[in-house]
Design a protein around this ligand. Sequence first.
Ligand code: C2E
Ligand code: MG
Ligand code: MG
Ligand code: MG
Length: 287
Amino acid sequence: RAKAAGGNRFELADPEADARAITRHGLTTALPTALDRGEFFIEYQPLVHLGDGSVRGAEALVRWLHPQHGVLSPDRFIPLAEHTGLIVPLGRWVLEQSVRQAREWRDANGGDVLGPLRINVNLSPCQLTHPGLVQDTVEILERTGVTPDALCLEVTESALIGADDDLLKPLRRLAEMGVDIALDDFGTGYSNLANLRRLPVSVLKLDRSFTQSMQQFPADPVDLKIVEGIVSLAHSLDLAVTVEGVETGAQAEQLRILGCDTAQGWYYARPGPPERLHELALVDATG
Ligand code: C2E
Ligand code: MG
Ligand code: MG
Ligand code: MG
């Protein structure tokens, strides 16, 4: 917005942009010590089987309880953490906490009642290129006594577009150990579908934009065909399909009919504290 600033001169004024820049600067300064101060915490959002509605696991989503700004969502600080390099220790912390949590859920039920609850953890592209990824993951699993098949690492489609063998190597190692790799936000990038064969992934997480297009019942026939095509391609490549952002029962029903396997979204539960997931899974297991 340009506004008159005396005489015939104009100056650009965007107070919101100024505020954003100041906050970004402030956040960047506060970020390095936030981990040591214990200001991060993790919320868990259930992953629900579309066929029978059972809770199969949860995605770990990090938050920052900032002393001045309150709870900040990852979109506000993950890019800054990537920029400053804090993402590597932060990501390792999230992984350790989440895997530990998965172990606690299991122990709280004598290892049995809930069945194997799985834990999904997001990986940033910077973590992929960090040499310690495989070893850190192995150590965390060993320390916590959680088996690799209980862990799923989510990597965005855009992080793997054009990925060369060096970038894929650590993911291959992890996949060989039995860790699942999910392609997050699938359908937002421009990846060549044939390229999927090359990637060591076992799960496609269909982006929320597809779920949103299932809002009307019946949904737009072209959108239906697209999702149907992706699901059938995924299944023919032995990939499971998870859908994100399910907010209504109608969406869940359409996506179930289209053959999607697992769903996640506010319709089932918002991200919440670990006790909440435990309750949801327990209610589910005991009727
Ligand atoms: P994502 O991995 O695609 O996670 C799904 C996002 O969708 C989460 O946002 C979740 O709260 C939100 N969501 C879930 N259900 C619904 C729904 O029904 N409707 C709508 N509108 N949204 C829904 P959140 O928690 O703000 O996280 C945003 C992104 O931040 C994540 O997207 C992920 O890319 C990143 N992120 C979160 N935690 C971590 C982390 O520990 N490490 C890294 N590297 N990235 C993380
Ligand atoms: Mg994710
Ligand atoms: Mg996602
Ligand atoms: Mg997303």
